[in-house]
Design a protein around this ligand. Structure first.
Ligand code: FES
Length: 135
């Protein structure tokens, strides 16, 4: 559709303990905001990819994690995604336990001597919302 501000969308299946959701995520919008637009809330603090509040795990599909202010290859190898700073690149299946996944990712980072819930060097404060590119 010529005037569609989101020409590419991917189906996302989110599993949480005791419940599951499905929603469509635009390719140019971070998963956290696509979830919120679908009425699904997630823990969030920094919205910049360093506090780990929005941690989830990728079960299947392709994502772009590069917008996170802390983005380590070991996170991807372990399947972690930060919903506030991850873009979908295919249909996805994601799991999130809002009580446990953040703790699990924090321990994973500590185990790799990486930043966990700490300001990365040179962090600039300022929050973003919505699409990566303007319409
Ligand atoms: S809200 Fe802080 S890492 Fe996502």
């Amino acid at each position: 559709m010529a005037n569609d501000p989101h020409p590419e969308r991917f189906r996302v299946t989110l599993h949480r303990p005791g419940e599951s959701f499905e929603f469509d995520a635009p390719a140019d919008e971070f998963l956290l905001y696509a979830m919120q637009d679908a009425g699904i809330e997630s823990p969030q603090i920094c919205e910049q990819g360093w506090c780990l509040a929005c941690a989830a795990k990728l079960v299947s599909g392709e994502v772009d994690r590069s917008a996170a202010l802390t983005n380590y290859p070991e996170d991807a190898e372990a399947g972690f995604v930060l919903l506030c700073s991850t873009l979908p690149r295919s249909a996805l299946t994601v799991t999130q336990d809002i009580h446990e996944t953040r703790r699990e990712m924090t321990q994973h980072r500590i185990g790799h001597n990486q930043l966990a819930r700490a300001y990365p060097p040179g962090v600039r404060f300022g929050f973003r919302r919505g699409r990566v590119k303007p319409d």
